[in-house]
Write a protein of this length. Structure first.
Lengths: 203, 203
DNA sequence: GCGATAAGTTATCGTCGCTAGGTCAACCGG
DNA sequence: CCGGTTGACCTAGCGACGATAACTTATCGC
């Protein structure tokens, strides 16, 4: 077993980062959180298993931290995808596509964050304290913009945004769970559902 | 440990049924498949752990069998919910509500069947070989009925049905994963999203 | 009654998440 | 320069897990 030299005094954080990096790598390569063990991670880092517990209270917290970091990138990706688009409806489409692609490309992270039990309140939700889920705030703004622009009829923007999220999450979730879904061409289903939503939300 | 008398010769199947029943019970009471162990199940049935492997190749198969049986009931529930409704659009609404309620009331079963990796092809899908997912066939018929009735514009019924499924699954999945979702009243979100879909699919 | 076989058992393997308690080096006040 | 403190790890091991190999025992047709 390869050894790692001990970090100097104030730099225990360095190990923390290495653990996160190694965990993410293993999560991607195995594609299954249950098959990533504490012992595997610790060996990859070059440290013994109990050392991980200096930096994370338990395995769930470690996995969650990995996914949180990943989901911060989702936020950025959505921001980047939307930056050059003016039409609010177009923005919505771009956000949807970015979201689904992200989920499909990081299935295990997506699963841990959004397909297992968690305790989230509406406050967490609106405040955007949960990274990645705070991409929802961007969605909410986009819906309001659609209403302001007259593309959507006026109404409860939160409800509309939640509905759009559910739609996009539904497709993402099924694509992650069922290999081969949706059995029709790649983005065809997403395009269709988004188009139907937009049409149904028109004044 | 309570003992169970051995089954007579051709009736090993009886134990199988008892295992299924006990597993379902534990699945409901714990609310988490990871917290239902082979040893717990076997003790509940009054048998030793390895005996379960006479009837199921592994734990996954056992859990899957439990969920399959549950999902057959979903099909029946949907049939029952729809039986007395003539208007095809109304039928769609009823199906959606029945589906979501079923998922929320049997979260662990729903999760195992539709929120973890599985290998499903479009053939399985259309043939309805997977119980519960074969409720999809009923959905497909309902969509075709909506098109025939002129409530929906003509088009790819399979695509439309898949979209509706994704929508309803999205809400179900999020309600299972996030305690408190959707933060608005019980069926408000579902009603809204279904209404938007219906409006968007109109000619 | 008797061999065959179905229906279980006992014993055990390797792995898992996690903890208690120790070691050892880096720093700090005197 | 030195003794104590403390942060960064380690060794050893617990209890539980899924699963397997090999044994026993009850029931059956004959």
């Amino acid at each position: 077993m390869r050894r790692r030299s001990r970090s100097p005094r104030g730099e225990g954080e360095r190990l923390r980062d290495e653990i996160l990096a190694a965990t993410e790598k293993l999560l991607i390569s195995t594609g299954d959180a249950d098959r990533v063990s504490i012992r595997m991670i610790s060996e990859a880092v070059g440290v013994t298993a109990p050392s991980l517990y200096m930096h994370f209270p338990d395995k769930d917290a470690l996995l969650f931290a990995v996914c949180q970091a990943q989901f911060v990138r989702l936020e950025r990706a959505i921001e980047a995808a939307v930056r050059d688009i003016d039409d609010p409806v177009q923005r919505l489409h771009a956000m949807g596509h970015t979201y689904v692609r992200f989920g499909v490309e990081h299935p295990e992270q997506y699963r841990i964050l959004l397909m297992t039990k968690m305790q989230v309140t509406r406050d967490d939700f609106e405040a955007g304290t949960i990274p990645g889920v705070s991409a929802f705030t961007q969605l909410l703004r986009a819906v309001e913009a659609c209403m302001d622009a007259g593309a959507f009829r006026r109404g409860d923007a939160f409800l509309v945004a939640t509905g759009l999220w559910a739609v996009v999450h539904g497709i993402t979730s099924l694509r992650i769970s069922m290999h081969g879904f949706p059995f029709v061409g790649g983005t065809e289903l997403l395009d269709h559902v988004l188009a139907v939503q937009v049409k149904g939300l028109a004044p």
